[in-house]
Design a protein around this ligand. Structure first.
Ligand code: NAI
Length: 344
């Protein structure tokens, strides 16, 4: 199998080289994103390996298909950047459903602790021998209420971590998990009661901008919003307004709805044109990290291992229902995979 690997970063290569060599798979690394302008690079490759900010819309899917590509190997869990409907019947789409939910949940808590206890400010102060504590007051997490939206693998681990801190956990999910031992409530109740809201559901048409003006208006004054899921869950304008009027006390963002052209690259010498992102970063009660919640050694190794395993299985015609996705996935309707073990 020949693989065109897009958006390649130095930390991707050791793991992928190791597992691909073992499997006899040839990888060509491209640093560019996959999109309509770059899709011609994939011509003649059996598989494209893509990440969160590569774009496989209908036009890209068609070009890939015409170029002979029959597999898309996402090296991430989310697949909102792939038009699975356009791929259906032509290109099989695989992902890495689990690589380290702990990595993401722990990063969400790291962000929450940092913003609450002002560690980012304290770090800068003490480096300049400023040992003043003015303005560094946080609040006890113990006894506070956290609302966890999306109680899949990551959300449940985050809920457990919060319970370890002595927080009361309220949960919201479209599909309740009765075994999760969580107190499920509806969204208005979660918004009204939560001191901290953490997002762990996928980005879909339904969840797009689930945090909008109407949602912010229902929230408790001073609420801390944590988003390690996908930027599109939050209407950035509504978040900025919520912070300006003081309803949102702080925001921790590992993802941003317009991150595609910025995150993972060094723009320290440039003038950033995205005014909303610049506004957020300039706010003292906002922390932005560059979609790095997944970035642990364990996660990188699991990602490389499962992605190459997906390629091997596809090449050998071995079914892999747990890692293949199609546009039926998540809709809980007419799942061919459940019946035939393959999406098509
Ligand atoms: P998962 O599939 O195990 O859980 C997602 C949960 O969201 C499920 O319980 C599902 O029922 C729920 N859900 C679906 N539609 C919903 C809706 N309309 N409203 C509320 N809940 C809904 O996924 P997992 O592994 O927990 O990942 C969650 C998200 O985290 C992914 O979709 C991905 O976008 C993001 N992620 C971010 C990473 C990062 O580095 N920042 C890394 C990995 C994942």
């Amino acid at each position: 199998m020949k693989v065109a690997f897009f958006d390649a970063k130095p930390y991707d290569k050791p793991g992928f080289d190791h597992y691909a060599q073992e499997a006899g798979i040839e990888i060509k690394y491209f640093e560019t994103h996959l999109n309509e302008d770059t899709v011609s690079l994939a011509a003649g490759y059996d598989c494209v390996c893509v990440f969160v900010n590569d774009t496989v819309n209908a036009a890209v899917a068609e070009s890939l298909y015409q170029g002979g590509t029959r597999m898309i190997a996402l090296r991430c869990a989310g697949f909102n950047n792939v038009d699975t409907r356009a791929c259906f019947g032509k290109i099989h789409v695989f992902r890495v459903p689990v690589y380290s939910p702990y990595a993401v949940a722990e990063h969400a808590m790291a962000l929450l602790l940092t913003i609450n206890r002002k560690i980012h400010k304290a770090y800068n102060r003490t480096r300049e021998f400023n040992f003043s504590l003015a303005g560094l007051t946080g609040f006890d997490l113990h006894g506070k209420t956290v609302g966890v939206i999306g109680t899949g693998k990551i959300g449940r681990i985050f809920a457990d971590i919060c319970k370890g801190f002595g927080m009361n956990v309220l949960a919201y999910d479209k599909f309740h998990n009765p075994d999760a031992g969580l107190n499920y409530v509806d969204l208005p109740e979660l918004f009204a009661k939560a001191d901290v809201i953490s997002l762990h559901c996928p980005l879909t048409e339904e969840t797009h901008h689930m945090i909008d003006d109407a949602a912010v208006e229902q929230m408790k004054k001073g609420v801390v919003i944590v988003n390690t899921s996908r930027g599109g869950l939050i209407d950035t304008e509504s978040l900025i307004n919520g912070i300006k009027v003081g309803i949102v006390g702080a925001a921790c963002l590992d993802v941003y709805e317009e991150e595609g052209d910025l995150f993972y690259e060094d723009f320290s010498g440039s003038v950033i044109q995205d005014d909303k992102l610049v506004r957020l970063i300039a706010m003292p009660n906002v922390i932005v990290t560059s979609h790095q919640a997944f970035l642990t050694k364990e996660a990188l190794d699991n990602i490389a291992h499962t992605t190459v395993d997906n390629m091997v299985k596809f090449e050998k015609g071995i079914e892999s229902p747990e890692t293949e996705v199609c546009y039926h996935c998540g809709r809980q309707t007419d799942c061919r995979k459940e019946r035939h073990k393959k999406c098509f």
